[in-house]
Design a protein around this ligand. Structure first.
Ligand code: ADP
Ligand code: MG
Ligand code: MG
Length: 910
């Protein structure tokens, strides 16, 4: 990079920029930022865009790397580019007779609405403003512009607190006896301009710079610096935008939406950003400058009113929206300004939208032949599907009572929580595990951390395109804005809705789908998967994916839900969950405490009918789909009271003994003591130093073969009775925690004998598979030997991650692991996304060795990773047959599996 590096591109030079980076549009966006690239692109398309130029993101990175010094050559190039704007506009920067005013706008590759800085109206000083006023005869216009410049420049570039300006405004409104800024007169604005200049001088000790070039130079540097501003950094963290992209700077001729009744400014979406309906949607203000709309300071009007007031302009806007959609093949979010009847487009970008809108637009665009099915599937992010399974308020009935108020339904879903009135409180309470709903007058970019921490957001002001609405939609937070009868009293820490006072900390429920607000903590429910657009996207996903998707389900209800969400089988049915049910726990405890084998077998026999019923229910729900049943896995002490609790209870009982008077009281207490002692004795006997690595998994079945026999019998009796009912069954029986093939052999012998016995008794043949989990390194390394016995593998990535790393998840996640991640010792949590190099490598070895012995070996994964899109991509790559995850993640997994297949195909064709 040197004097000769090209740091600036005129909008009209977009072809040149594209050639420079080799023709790739993504690279243009990297260089010029999304805003700059699209301003150039629109200029090329003939859309009316005020002339201007873009300073590259490379210049920003050079500036930041050089400790905030503008790179050599940049300023001269800016000057030359200004000359070009002067020619195009027939005005001159700093010339009072034909003044050119400029905006200086941030814009990075990925849109970060409101997170960085923009300064409007550069080029004004006393002389220029005075001339504009006298030539136009409109002092109000001239000095409103000027005070805005000082205000924005003052706070952004010079660091003068915004409050100082706001206080000045408020004082002047009071003196003039008006409520709104728009009612202030030219004289008021003139006064405020001088007042603001004094505020700048008293705060910074220096004068507001009167030289337009000085203004632009400082503004350019300030926009560069805003890349590293706190809120920009937080936003990038939350949206996973890389920190090294830098921002471009767009310098552009100002056009004026505040030139009277034929002028205005607004934001338009080419489709409805909440529902995806194909209709122009947006907000605008007459006689205003751009930032008034987004800030939610003035009450905006819906675009339909523009259609009434200026039908021709509206029609032109609609046409441009259509053209831009066709060009970008995506829904557009546009900023426009009307200057004395003339329409200008100031920005276009792919619009942020709700998950609901995303799937509808993707499906609609396939019908409109704008995109292919493959693109539609790729466009919807797997995590977006999660939204459709988010809780919603239960359907309205009397229990809800009436909503206390309503507002604009800008981001769907239900949020139930306690009211928090500022972002820090919302964050603090949520960290303590409280569900909160953040309630504000309006949200600002500084409030993002609170929005992220909250379940949902409620604001008094703002329209569909306000900051709060935009950010809420992006992060999938239910939100209602523009609640006109909501007042927030920050001082008294309460809100008022139509005379009703509600304290901070009280419960509130909001329904972002319908825009209704309720008092108290309303019940929510998980919706069915019935959105027709989503169902189409998922169907298309099924056409593309090659990985199977199963569910982890322990109960018939879960199994049916999983099936309705598209699961192709059960990948893991954990039988221990059946043991924890209240009617069974005492029997299980008796089995564990038994002093003789006979006693133990009696207890086990009691469990048989109960387990049989469980399995039959699941087989019926899955009718014909494969069901993997895993034998008892956890260490037995988990079924007993804790050691410490028993010691405590015994101590208490002994104390009480001294106060009893009657023999029968004494007897009862002694009985109880005896029982607790028995418990304690067994608990002590069973106590292990390292239960996670102790008597659990296959080791249990080997030590208590009767348990294995009972579980086999329950499975096969259930299967036989289902078959008799006409239900098809496909059991796959799975042994957990195997490390040595001999363990498998011992269990297999018990299992086969018992299975055969049941089948003989019922005179039926059940087609079943026998397999194992791969969850300790030795199993993976000796997978060839194990596959000699096992017909299928299921990778237990939870235990495998624990044993490969040698860390216990419960201890790690509440301790050092989080430190590791915060300090970049590990890039991500290996319990969330499979650790590719360690755990992943072992999985590959297991599959390779297993299939070398048994080529058609079925391999699945059943840890929580099975529902994680990044891990699903790895599973596809490793050649697994299926992933299995919680029923709620099944639709996500279907889409993620399609993405994995499509991405792999794309890579292959490159
Ligand atoms: P943001 O990324 O926060 O939207 P922008 O750079 O887009 O920041 O600008 C903020 C507001 O100022 C927008 O409403 C925009 O339309 C308006 N604006 C920016 N440049 C101009 C200009 N040259 N003329 C008129 N309005 C402008
Ligand atoms: Mg903008
Ligand atoms: Mg396990």
């Amino acid at each position: 990079m040197s004097e000769t590096t090209k740091w600036t591109y005129l909008f009209s030079e977009i072809m040149h920029a594209q050639e420079e980076v080799g023709g790739d549009w993504e690279a243009v966006r990297t260089l010029l930022g999304g805003k700059g690239a699209n301003l150039g692109d629109m200029t090329r398309l003939g859309v009316p865009v005020p002339p201007g130029f873009t300073v590259t993101t490379e210049a920003c990175n050079a500036f930041l790397a050089a400790e905030e010094v503008l790179p050599p050559g940049l300023w001269d190039q800016e000057l030359a580019a200004i000359r070009a704007i002067e020619v195009a506009s027939d005005r001159r920067f700093g010339d009072p007779d034909a003044p050119l005013l400029l905006s200086c706008r941030s814009g990075s590759k990925f849109s970060m609405p409101g997170m960085m800085d923009t300064i409007l109206n550069l080029g004004l000083n006393d002389e220029v403003a005075g001339q504009i006023a006298s030539r136009s005869g409109d002092e109000c216009f001239a000095f409103d512009l000027y005070r805005r410049l000082i205000q924005m420049f003052g706070s952004v570039v010079l660091g003068v607190p915004e409050d100082l300006f706001e206080a000045g405004l408020a004082a002047r409104r009071e003196a003039a006896g008006v409520e709104k800024n728009s009612d202030l007169s030219g004289e008021d604005w003139h006064f405020l301009t001088d007042h603001f200049k004094r505020s700048v001088r008293s705060f910074t000790g220096e004068d507001f710079p009167a030289d337009p070039y000085e203004q632009l130079k400082l503004a350019t540097a300030a926009v560069f610096k805003s890349w590293n501003g706190k809120r920009a950094v937080e936003y990038r963290n939350a949206s996973r935008i890389p920190h090294d992209l830098g921002t471009a700077v767009n310098v552009q001729m100002m056009v004026f939406g505040n030139m009277g009744a034929e002028s205005g400014t607004g934001v338009a979406m080419s489709r409805n950003s909440s529902t995806g309906e194909p209709e122009l949607e947006g907000d605008f203000l007459l006689n205003a400058q751009g930032e008034d709309v987004v800030a939610g300071i003035r009450r905006t009007r819906p675009l339909s009113e523009l259609q009434e007031r200026m039908p021709r302009t509206y029609e032109e806007l609609e046409k441009i929206a259509g053209r831009l959609e066709t060009h970008y093949r995506n829904m557009q979010d546009m900023e426009f300004t009307i200057e004395s009847g003339k329409l200008w487009i100031l920005q276009t970008r792919d619009g942020k939208r709700t998950a609901q809108a995303e799937v509808r637009i993707a499906a609609d665009m396939v019908d409109e032949q704008l995109i292919t099915k493959k693109e539609a599937v790729q466009r919807v992010q797997a995590e977006q599907v999660d939204f459709f399974l988010h809780p919603q308020l239960e359907p309205t009935d009397e229990r809800h009572g009436k909503p206390i108020t309503t507002g604009l339904n800008v981001s769907p879903g239900a949020a139930v929580g306690v009211i928090a009135l500022d972002a820090d409180t919302a964050e603090r309470w949520s960290k303590r595990g409280k569900a909160v709903v953040m309630v504000r007058s309006e949200t600002k970019p500084d409030d993002v951390h609170g929005m992220l921490a909250a379940q949902g957001v409620l604001t008094a002001r703002g329209g569909r395109t306000s900051h709060a609405a935009l950010v809420a939609r992006q992060f999938g937070k239910p939100a209602i804005v523009g609640v006109s009868d909501l007042e927030v009293d920050i001082e008294k820490r309460c809100i008022k809705i139509a005379d009703q006072v509600i304290e901070e900390g009280d419960w509130i429920s909001i329904d972002g789908t319908h825009g209704t607000v309720y008092l108290g903590e309303l019940p929510t429910m998980v919706p069915d998967l019935e959105n027709p657009y989503l169902l189409r996207i998922l169907e298309w996903a099924d056409e593309f994916r090659t990985l199977g998707v199963r569910a982890n389900a322990d109960y018939p209800g879960d199994a049916s839900r999983a099936r309705s969400y598209g699961a192709e089988g059960i990948g893991l049915c954990r039988t221990e969950h059946m043991f924890f049910e209240t009617d069974r726990l005492p029997i299980v405890q008796r089995m564990i405490l038994a002093r003789s084998v006979t006693e133990q077998n009696e207890a086990i026999a009691e469990l048989l009918p109960l387990q049989r019923k469980d399995f039959a229910g699941i087989f019926r729900a899955m009718d014909g789909l494969p069901v993997v049943v895993r034998f008892l896995d956890p260490p037995l002490h988990e079924f007993l009271p804790s050691h410490d609790q028993l010691v405590q209870d015994l101590a208490d009982l002994k104390m009480q003994l001294q106060h009893f008077h009657t023999m029968s009281e004494m007897d009862d207490a002694l009985d109880e003591i005896r029982m607790k002692r028995d418990f304690l004795e067994r608990v002590n006997a069973l106590r292990e130093v390292n239960p996670m690595l102790g008597t659990r998994g296959v080791r249990l079945g080997i030590m208590i073969p009767e348990l294995t026999r009972m579980q086999v019998r329950a499975i096969f009796e259930a299967a036989c009775s289902c078959v008799r009912e006409g239900v098809r069954v496909q059991p796959e029986i799975m042994i957990p925690l195997v490390g040595h093939v001999r363990e498998l052999e011992v269990q297999q012998a018990v299992l086969e004998a018992e299975a055969q016995a049941v089948m003989d008794e019922s005179d039926l043949e059940i087609d079943y598979k026998f397999g194992t989990m791969i969850e300790v390194p030795r199993a993976a390394l000796t997978a060839d030997a194990i596959a000699g016995r096992a017909q299928f593998f299921s990778i237990g990535t939870n235990d495998l991650t624990q044993t490969v790393f040698g860390i216990s998840r419960d201890d790690a996640e509440s301790g050092f692991l989080m430190y590791y991640i915060r300090n970049n010792i590990l890039a991500s949590n290996p319990f969330e996304t499979i650790d590719r190099d360690g755990v992943g490598r072992l999985i590959e070895i297991a599959i390779e060795r297993g299939r070398s012995v048994r080529p058609n070996l079925e391999v699945g994964i059943c840890g929580e990773h099975g529902g994680d899109p990044a891990s699903i991509a790895l599973c596809h790559e490793f050649g697994l047959d299926y992933v299995s995850c919680s029923p709620f993640r099944v639709p996500i997994a279907r889409l993620a599996a399609a993405h994995a297949a499509l991405d792999a195909a794309d890579d292959g064709s490159r």
